[in-house]
Write a protein that binds this ligand. Structure first.
Ligand SMILES: *Cc1c(COP(=O)(O)O)cnc(C)c1O
Length: 388
């Protein structure tokens, strides 16, 4: 007789994964041989640059790199991360106590609450938002408090409400933002840091898109704000900057106590990043800015094709200033973002992400990723014209 196996209460508390349905529909459509234009995935379409692949090749062929890595990562990798922060943000980090490599930043984001959140502690979770902020909170049995990001506030959280929210242990923030593509100014971050100090709240700032920006000043690190290290850690990764989503190289940095908490969780869960990948990561971090610059130009051009194309057919869209996402208000003829996503797939073989997949506050929007070529974007606009 087989056991009656049930998921844990923790697992049952996770929100339903709405993308499953879309994923299935997409696989079916592809299996039918339909010509699908996929604007759904937040994953760069172009390969990792050659100089990084060559660094991996070289490192992977050396036996000395085949063993368990150090939990804290190679000292040279932590130095390279600190060096990149100094060059890019003029921020000083102690590579020994203020930097912890991660197997992609997602795992660190999901594990962080286990290190600092006790059951029932309040955690501010922005929505629409990256799903691990909520699931990591639920795994640690914290109490998620949703912080809605609204168009009328430029998709920034309401600072007055944040100030009133007492007894909050941790808050997640992500700018440039996925999915809304909003950016945060230094003045805004300054307010957030001052509120966090007043309320004794730890800030987990997710800066995964800091290198993808258009016609604006470079997005800041939270550590450009004086005193931020007293209350904040920042998550970053090579995934979006160097087209390395599959490689899993990221890090957390900043407040040494919080970094140590996450490092301790990880020392009990994983055994570090494959050393050859760490060495390839160093090559990426020590390179000049020419590859990210080339990507910015490309996404910028794609953005203009999509936004202008959609405007020409009557869909009013604000061009994103950062990230590779267009966050578009639902056309009036649809009642929900799921209904619209289904219609786009069924009627025009286009995949996009329904806003509700990022939480209830994402309802009323669709996310389109600029991760297909200009030609495909133009084809997508032609197809969308027929639907609208
Ligand atoms: C892609 C992304 C990341 C980076 O994830 P990795 O695990 O480092 O690949 C982090 N935060 C957000 C909001 C993202 O969209």
């Amino acid at each position: 007789m087989s056991l009656n196996i049930d998921f844990s209460e923790r697992l049952k508390k996770l929100p339903p994964y709405l993308f499953v349905e879309i994923d299935r529909a997409k696989r079916e459509a592809k299996a039918q041989g339909r010509d699908i234009i996929d604007l759904g995935i937040g994953d760069p379409d172009l390969p990792t640059p050659n100089f990084i692949i060559e660094a991996l090749d070289k490192a992977a062929s050396l036996g000395e790199n085949h063993h368990y890595a150090l939990d804290a990562g190679l000292p040279r990798l932590r130095l390279a991360i600190a060096g990149w922060y100094k060059r890019r943000f003029n921020v000083d980090l102690n590579p020994d106590s203020e930097v912890q490599p991660l197997i992609g930043s997602k795992e660190g984001i999901a594990h962080l609450p286990l290190g600092i959140v006790n059951p029932k502690d309040k955690v501010l979770v922005p929505q629409p938002g990256y799903p691990p902020y909520l699931s990591g909170t639920i795994f640690a049995e914290g109490k998620p408090v949703i912080m809605p990001l609204k168009s009328k506030n430029n998709f920034l959280p309401d600072l007055a409400k944040m100030r009133e929210a007492k007894g909050v242990k941790l808050m997640f923030l992500n700018y440039p933002n996925n999915p809304t593509s909003a950016v945060a100014s230094r003045d805004f971050l300054k307010e957030v840091v001052s509120i966090a100090k007043e309320n004794e709240t730890i800030i987990a700032y997710d800066n995964a898109y800091s290198e993808i920006y258009f016609d604006i000043d470079k997005p800041p690190s939270i550590f450009e704000i004086e005193g931020a290290k007293d209350v904040a850690v920042e998550f970053h990764s090579l995934s979006k900057t160097f087209n390395m989503t599959g490689w899993r190289v990221g890090w957390v940095c900043g407040n040494s106590k919080v970094v140590a908490a996450l490092a301790k969780v990880k020392a009990n869960v994983d055994s570090g990043i494959f050393q050859a990948l760490q060495l390839a990561g160093i090559a990426a971090l020590e390179a000049d800015d020419s590859f990210p610059e080339q990507m910015r130009r490309m996404y910028h051009e794609r953005r203009d094709y999509l936004v202008n194309g959609l405007r020409n057919i009557g869909w009013k869209i604000d061009p994103p200033q950062a990230t590779f996402y267009v966050w578009a208000k639902l056309p009036k003829k649809f009642n929900s973002s799921m209904e619209a996503a289904k219609a786009f797939l069924d009627q025009s073989d286009i995949i996009l992400t329904p806003g509700v997949g990022f939480g209830q506050d994402g309802e009323g929007y669709l996310r389109m990723a600029l991760t297909v070529s200009k030609d495909r974007i133009n084809q997508a606009v032609d197809r969308i014209k027929k639907i609208l």
